[in-house]
Design a protein around this ligand. Structure first.
Ligand code: KIV
Ligand code: ZN
Length: 524
């Protein structure tokens, strides 16, 4: 059986549409905000991965969100670009339509809460009003695009008869994809499956739309709920790289895709994801946000294919299938063996960047990253993939308003730590000196003097990018200001410089966040 879709043409019944919301649901969770350049880079990597739909943001939320959706729509090819808007929020839909204007294929994604709890306490709206807004929102969205998705927020806790009415209304007024989220991660797999079976049986017009599932991981069931939804007839899954997202996160793209591929015998469903790119996209996101995945994370964790016990090692040597259900190469492990050193030239460096998923890198970023790579290669014998990711990620922050220019440190056992620092703020050079209780404290005081702010330090942690005493330090700094939380990352062979970079990165993120209105200021 096949189905005609405005963006994908004829879609066969065994095809699963991958809708990635790393840049929207993922990005809105604490510590994961990204600037314009970072979002563009991630969007290119997602398109190269073969993601069908990229949810690029919520344009009405801020000028920054609008601009990133607009630029992704204009510059990223290969995927449908989607913008979020509230059903009935006229300005939301105008902003979404405007931001998507240059997209080759654009989708507007409308949502409104439909559960009794959300309608009564959050929206303070009668069910009939919710139905009106669903109709209005979809009609308005269809003026901009034929590809309209509608979501029932808190759908899994919605009363079944009302959910059917909402979905029928959404389809009648132009939705081509119907998404049922388990917004609070409360549902069980059998319940998610039953919702889709019911909707497909009961709602008139259900055969003309694609059903979509969107699962949060509060009980660790997001991937299970997603797979069960497919058994109920959903054919679009909403997910994020590394499972990032609100609270406990969303369903992890890499886990669902590999479950479908590895258990094709069980599900008989296909995606268009180029699975050997999974690891590099996961690493790219980790380098961009500074949050590594846990070592035992399925597919992309450091231990996912490591066999420690002697019995397992022996088995794998005799026949990999004894303990490996998929090959490491199929998800990108071991695929880039070229290690860089101080004799590596521009061509080798560019090849390495491509292999690591940095497809589109502008000349200025390339030149700056290459220069830092040469400096690092002088300090370290071997430059590993994670070193390269760390330095390209920093040089790629081209929209940063605050930049570190130089840092000189005096300290040791006989002197109080003293830092001389130069940084630019919106291009203007500021030079300061500061002393502190240790070098990091002195560096942070100097930054505070050069760029006064109210934010307080909520977390400071230092790790290493790779192994060995010559490894680069990787620092995370979390700043807090008026309910806003941001994490900045820095890396450098010098731990104090890495800490200063992380602090400055966090300040830049804070500047972006200050522009965003809090969700409660947005009224339907
Ligand atoms: O979790 C949720 O309900 C959402 C919707 C906006 C789709 O993210
Ligand atoms: Zn969500």
């Amino acid at each position: 059986m096949s189905f005609q879709h405005p963006s994908f043409g004829s879609v066969s019944d065994d095809r699963v549409i991958i809708f990635d919301t790393t840049l929207r649901d993922g990005e809105q969770s604490p510590g994961f905000s990204m600037n314009l350049g970072e979002k563009l880079r991630m969007a290119h990597a997602l398109a190269a991965l073969g993601v069908d739909v990229i949810e690029a943001g919520f344009p009405v939320a801020s000028e920054g969100d609008f601009e990133s959706v607009r630029q992704i729509a204009e510059n990223v090819d290969g995927s449908v670009i989607c913008a979020l808007a509230r059903s009935g929020g006229k300005r939301d839909i105008e902003a979404a339509g405007e931001a998507l204007k240059k997209a080759k294929r654009g989708r507007i994604h409308n949502f409104i809460s439909t559960s009794p709890l959300h309608m009564k306490y959050k929206l303070r709206m009668a069910p009939e009003r919710v139905l009106e807004l669903i109709a209005e929102g979809n009609k308005q969205s269809r003026q901009y695009t034929d590809d309209v998705e509608w979501s029932a927020e808190d759908g899994s806790r919605t009363e079944p008869d009302f959910l059917c009415r909402c979905v029928e209304t959404a389809i009648r007024h132009g939705a081509t994809t119907i998404n049922i989220p388990d917004t609070v991660g409360f549902a069980t797999p059998d319940e998610m499956q039953a919702i889709f079976t019911m909707l497909r049986e009961r709602v008139p017009g259900a055969d003309r739309v694609i059903f979509s599932t969107h699962n949060h991981n509060d009980l660790g069931l997001a991937v299970g709920n997603t797979l069960a939804s497919l058994e109920g007839g959903a054919r679009q899954i909403e997910c994020t790289i590394n499972g990032i997202g609100e609270r406990a996160g969303n369903a992890a793209l890499e886990e669902i895709v590999m479950a479908l591929r590895t258990r094709h015998d069980r599900y008989g469903l296909n995606t268009q994801i180029e699975t050997p790119r999974l690891l590099s996209v996961s690493r790219l996101l980790a380098a961009t946000t500074g949050f590594d995945v846990q070592p035992n994370k399925a597919i992309v964790g450091r231990n996912a294919f490591a066999h420690e016990s002697g019995i397992h090692q022996d088995g794998v040597l005799k026949h990999a299938g004894t303990y490996e259900i998929m090959t490491p190469e199929s998800v990108g492990w071991n695929s880039t063996s070229l290690v860089l050193g101080k004799h590596s030239g521009r061509a080798a460096f560019r090849d390495k960047l491509r292999a690591l998923g940095y497809e589109e890198i502008d000349d200025a970023t390339f030149a700056a990253a290459f220069k830092r790579f040469k400096e690092l290669a002088d300090q370290k014998k071997v430059v590993f993939d994670d070193d390269v990711r760390a330095l390209v990620d920093e040089e790629g922050r081209d929209h940063d308003r605050v930049e570190l220019k130089s840092l000189t440190l005096q300290g040791g056992t006989r002197h109080a730590a003293h830092v001389s620092l130069e940084m630019t703020v919106d291009g203007e050079l500021r030079q300061v000196e500061a002393e502190g209780n240790g070098p990091v404290d002195a560096a942070f005081r100097a930054i505070g003097e050069a760029f006064p702010h109210e934010a307080t330090l909520a977390l400071f942690s230092v790790g290493n990018v790779t192994e060995g005493t010559d490894a680069q330090a990787r620092t995370t700094v979390r700043l807090q200001e008026a309910g806003r939380l941001v994490d900045g990352q820095g890396s450098d062979a010098d731990t104090v410089v890495s800490a200063a970079r992380a602090y400055i990165h966090a300040l830049n993120k804070l500047l972006v966040k200050r522009e965003r209105r809090a969700p409660e200021e947005l009224t339907v």
